[in-house]
Design a protein around this ligand. Structure first.
Ligand code: PCA
Length: 220
């Protein structure tokens, strides 16, 4: 009888979510990531971890997670209250410009994320294919051209900056914003759909080597 492969030996997918911020008591990004912890998708084990919603603290936690798990895929998640759909972020920019203070009270204005970094990085996730996969499953999804200039963009930029400088450039990564949960604000999406959508997004990213060439208009 073939023995089952222990999941600890599988390549990993790192999923991060943030703690609550800005007066909210929950953050759907963490609840969705956590729900997939230890799940196996296309032969990869999902590892979920929480990042603090702080400019200063998020970097160290993210870098340690990348070193520890050496993931083949990284999807960082955050809440974008007011957006109606999975926001598949296209671009991370080298700017911290906070409208509110982070959870440590820091509120940088017009500061670079990385002093000598380039102006921006593109996501290396197949965002158009992911959008198509989610929409086919009846889950609202859109490609977003801005992850803002708060802690989510900061983490997205640091992720891409770090992956770019790794000797092994095979790790793909990017950022996805989620809407409010029901009861948290409007528009909202049930957690169940977020979890189902995240699983589909992971599966799509793992099997899609070349993103689909689909004009934005065709999907919206
Ligand atoms: N959303 C914030 C930071 C943490 C989160 O979940 C943002 O969009 O920057």
């Amino acid at each position: 009888m073939p023995q089952p492969v222990p999941t600890s030996s599988l390549p990993t997918v790192l999923l991060t979510g943030f703690d609550a911020f800005g007066g909210d008591s929950v953050n759907p990004s963490w609840l969705a990531a956590k729900a997939l912890h230890d799940d196996v998708v296309h032969g990869h084990r999902c590892v979920a971890a929480q990042l603090p919603t702080t400019f200063a603290g998020s970097e160290g936690v993210l870098l340690k997670l990348l070193r520890t798990h050496k993931p083949s895929l990284v999807i960082c998640l955050g809440l974008a209250g007011g957006r109606p759909a999975f926001s598949l972020e296209r671009i991370a920019i080298n700017v911290d410009d906070a409208r509110i203070a982070d959870n440590a009270g820091a509120q940088p204005v017009d500061a670079p994320v990385a002093m000598r970094g380039p102006a921006a990085y593109f996501s290396s996730l197949p965002i158009k294919s992911m959008q198509q996969s989610l929409m086919t499953a009846g889950i609202a999804a859109e490609v977003s051209q801005t992850a803002g200039t708060f802690v989510c963009n900061h983490v997205f930029y640091l992720l891409m900056h770090t992956l770019k400088r790794q000797r092994n450039r095979s790790t793909r990564g990017g950022f996805v914003h989620l809407p409010y949960l029901p009861g948290q604000g409007l528009p909202c999406m049930p957690l169940q759909d977020m979890v189902r959508g995240l699983r589909l997004a992971v599966a799509c990213a793992l099997v899609t080597k070349q993103d689909a060439v689909i004009g934005a208009g065709a999907l919206n």
